[in-house]
Design a protein around this ligand. Structure first.
Ligand code: ZN
Length: 261
């Protein structure tokens, strides 16, 4: 599991629906960097940047509350931390039962899809996202983008994304102790593929070449950010894979925990 980031003097702490929520300062910084492109685009740049940061904050909070409510449903107490590139919901004691753990992992993206559906339905009814200048239409676009596409990406079988947790549970259910190795191989393969695809998209966009013209228009494009992110995730999964395969085949007598090696 992921370790919880250290507390800082600049954390924002509050309680929501009985859950402790902590927002690490890196969360604001990374969200703002991701949306900084808006500043160059038009006269509403600063407004768009602020709305982007608030959309990311609100959407990731809803996602993590999905996990937290599922934890509570199965008798685990949990708290939420938002930091750097996303959020974490920590439950204790751990949830017993593979099916329940899979449900907890899926509850985050599910909460995002429900929010996306509500935003979409409210727009269908009132068309609030269509008119009244660029700000509302951008707010609508941002809400749909973060809650739908980030949810889909998060379901890829890549560790430590939610899809990666589900993949590991399913592989362990099928192959027991060897399952984690299989899920890490899947994780390396998928993450590396997404990284290369994103790089091809980015290079194509910059050079004006129509490398990926055969893909349908709705198919999500990778960017420089997704290339870096999935490159790092592929490398992390590869390192974990090395650790696990060594543990099984070459150093069976080494009982030290990973961080002691
Ligand atoms: Zn999640």
């Amino acid at each position: 599991m992921l370790a919880e980031p250290d507390r800082t003097n600049y954390d924002l702490n509050f309680r929501l629906f009985g859950f402790d929520v902590r927002v690490h300062p890196l969360f604001w910084l990374v969200s703002a960097l991701m949306g900084a492109g808006a500043l160059e685009e038009n006269q509403y740049g600063l407004v768009l940047l602020v709305s982007w940061v608030l959309v990311v904050f609100f959407s990731i909070l809803v996602h993590e509350l999905g996990h937290a409510i599922a934890f509570r449903r199965f008798g685990s107490d949990s708290h939420v931390v938002l930091w750097a590139l996303g959020g974490l919901a920590f439950g204790s004691p751990p949830v017993a039962g593979r099916g329940r753990r899979i449900f907890v992992s899926l509850a985050g993206p599910l909460a995002g899809f429900v929010l996306c559906g509500l935003v979409f339905a409210s727009h269908q009814l009132t068309e609030w996202g269509a008119g009244n200048g660029p700000v509302l239409s951008d707010l609508y676009r941002q809400l749909i983008h973060v809650n739908f596409w980030w949810g889909i990406v998060n379901l890829l079988p890549v560790f430590p994304l939610d899809g990666g947790q589900v993949s590991r549970e399913l592989c362990e259910g099928k192959w027991r102790g060897r399952g984690v190795v299989t899920s890490l191989k899947i994780s390396v393969g998928v993450a590396a593929t997404v990284a290369v695809y994103s790089l091809v998209c980015e290079v194509g966009a910059r050079s004006g070449n129509r490398v990926l013209d055969f893909l349908p228009g709705w198919f999500p494009h990778g960017s420089f950010y997704t290339a870096i992110l999935f490159g790092i995730l592929a490398y992390q999964s590869y390192q974990l894979l090395q650790f696990h395969t060594r543990g099984y085949h070459f150093e069976p007598a080494d009982d030290r925990v990973p961080w002691e090696r």
